[in-house]
Design a protein around this ligand. Structure first.
Ligand code: ADP
Length: 499
């Protein structure tokens, strides 16, 4: 059984069960023989609905159930079309016979129900109770008719109609109660069917959109690769300063476009669930070096310090998706550099957990930049989210980097988060479980063990560098003091000399 259909049928049964009191009140007439028949028909139909795979079958079953429980000759389900006109959707006769072709029914009765939104029950077309309606029913050689509105959230989506020929007794009040209760179930069932169809359509359209995006970005990358490649070749030529400046503009625009296209490709692949991870042996130091090489110039141009401390117990020979790890760190460092105008950016790597052949590493990219307001921290990982729309004009970017980074980290089995203080800086962190290669620890320089027991003074303007160097020195058994500038350093040295 397809899952969707099973869910739909189960939902129908649930709803039938919920209203069963009402239904049973109508089904149980007091006549034991009739009650037995009614209950067994109801159970048989519920069974049929629950095991059915097809929406059309479900509606046919419901109409059959109505025909059987009301002992009508025919049951007709009429639904409104786009223009609001009633159209015969299902027409069934006694014993579940499909009534094919043009089906006649009392249009006047159906019109009355549509306009009033209330049920109509003509017990006997000759009784004169409804003079004009009764006459029109009698003209069709019918004695008795019941018709009830089908409502979906107060909107009339159609009507359910049953009738019987002259030979039959008229419908009773008990028949009408059963009929109205069952019509409610029909409306609920139809609502479920429509919701399911809408969700299938929405899913298909979203999938088509992702596929289109993936194809488009793929197609765009091919010519863009040529633009980037040829621009690089051109820059190797003997160009006048003015020509060089123009080609540099082409290169930087092409790089931005390429980055955007790659992000769109990643988003569409993530949405379509087509992003595959690879597992290769790599050296963490190479990944970190690639990132710092790529971004240190940009940091330097802004007068920022870019540091990358790796704690001593971090295994560096690893197995995993090095390319995606590089992409995530690059994205965080790029943002950190972009949103920091003075101070420093650090990539701090530590080890959260470690066993024989795996380790969970923690990466924290911290900056001393503009920071992020608290209310934006929650949405910062949502697609197209930017703290301030002017960021995209001033700094470029489309708000895709962080959601992609978070997805990648999660696909690799890790977690990502951020802390920030407005005006002081931000720290984006992620954890990553990785396999380790044998002999993967960071090598300790044997000569450095000679520093044991010595005192050291760490002088650096960068807090991160000072913290990192002090941690390192202390791990070698050195006593450590820190100074952030030459004056402080001299003062500390003088104090040490007099001790
Ligand atoms: P974009 O490509 O627009 O930078 P991201 O998803 O990488 O997209 O970032 C979304 C937004 O998050 C940025 O536009 C910026 O407003 C904010 N942001 C990201 N990183 C930082 C940071 N280190 N400091 C301050 N704001 C940041």
């Amino acid at each position: 059984m397809s899952e969707d259909h099973a869910v739909n049928s189960v939902a129908t049964i649930e709803l039938l069960r919920r209203d069963s009191q009402k239904i049973l009140k109508g089904v149980l007439t007091g006549d034991p023989e009739k009650d037995r028949r009614n209950v067994s028909t109801l159970l048989a139909t519920i069974n049929a609905v629950s095991s059915n795979l097809d929406d059309a079958e479900i509606t046919k079953n419901l109409v059959d159930m109505i025909v059987s429980l009301t002992e009508a000759d025919r049951g007709i389900l009429l639904l409104r079309d786009a223009e609001g006109d009633l159209e015969v959707t299902v027409a069934r006769g006694l014993g579940g016979v499909d009534l094919e072709g043009e089906v006649t029914y009392s249009r006047s009765v159906a019109a009355k129900v549509t306009s009033s939104g209330r049920s109509v029950c003509i017990v006997d077309s000759l009784s004169g109770e409804y003079p004009r309606l009764g006459e029109s029913v009698h003209e069709l050689q019918l004695r008795t008719v019941m018709c009830a509105p089908l409502l979906m959230s107060d909107n009339l989506i159609g009507v359910m109609y049953v009738d019987s020929r002259l030979a039959r007794e008229g419908f009773t009040g008990a028949d009408l109660t059963v009929f109205e209760a069952l019509c409610k179930q029909v409306a609920i069932s139809l609502t479920n069917i429509r919701l399911k169809r809408a969700s299938v359509r929405a899913e298909a359209s979203s999938e088509a959109k992702s596929l289109f995006l993936a194809n488009m970005s793929h197609e765009l990358r091919t010519p863009m690769n040529a633009v980037v490649g040829v621009t690089a070749l051109l820059l190797d030529e003997d160009l006048t300063p003015q020509q060089r400046e123009l080609v540099e503009i082409i290169r930087s625009s092409a790089d931005s476009l390429m980055a955007l296209v790659s992000d769109i490709l990643d988003v569409s692949k993530i949405e379509a669930g087509h992003l595959d991870m690879v597992s290769v042996d790599f050296d963490l130091r190479d990944v970190l070096e690639d990132v710092t090489d790529q971004l240190s110039l940009r940091a330097l141009e802004k007068g920022l310090e870019l540091v990358c401390p790796v704690e001593l117990d971090v295994p560096v020979l690893l197995r995993g998706d090095a390319g995606r790890l590089r992409q995530v760190i690059s994205n965080l460092v790029e943002n950190a550099v972009k949103f920091t105008s003075q101070g420093e950016v650090s990539i701090w790597v530590s080890c959260d957990e470690r066993d024989e052949d795996r380790a969970t590493l923690r990466f924290a990219v911290t900056d001393t930049g503009i920071g992020i307001p608290d209310d934006h921290l929650e949405t910062i990982f949502c697609t197209f989210s930017q703290v301030d729309p002017s960021h995209s004009r001033r700094h470029g970017g489309a708000g895709l980097g962080l959601p992609i980074a978070k997805h990648l980290v999660e696909l690799m089995g890790g977690e990502m988060g951020a802390n920030s203080v407005l005006g002081k800086g931000s720290s984006f962190w992620f954890t990553l479980p990785l396999l380790t290669q044998p002999g993967c620890a960071l090598p300790v320089e044997p000569a450095l063990t000679k520093l044991e027991g010595k005192s050291a003074l760490v002088v650096d303007a960068s807090v991160m560098n000072r913290v990192w160097l002090s941690t390192l020195m202390e791990s070698w058994g050195c006593g450590c003091e820190e100074a952030e500038d030459p004056e402080q350093a001299m003062a500390r040295l003088r104090r040490a000399a007099t001790r």
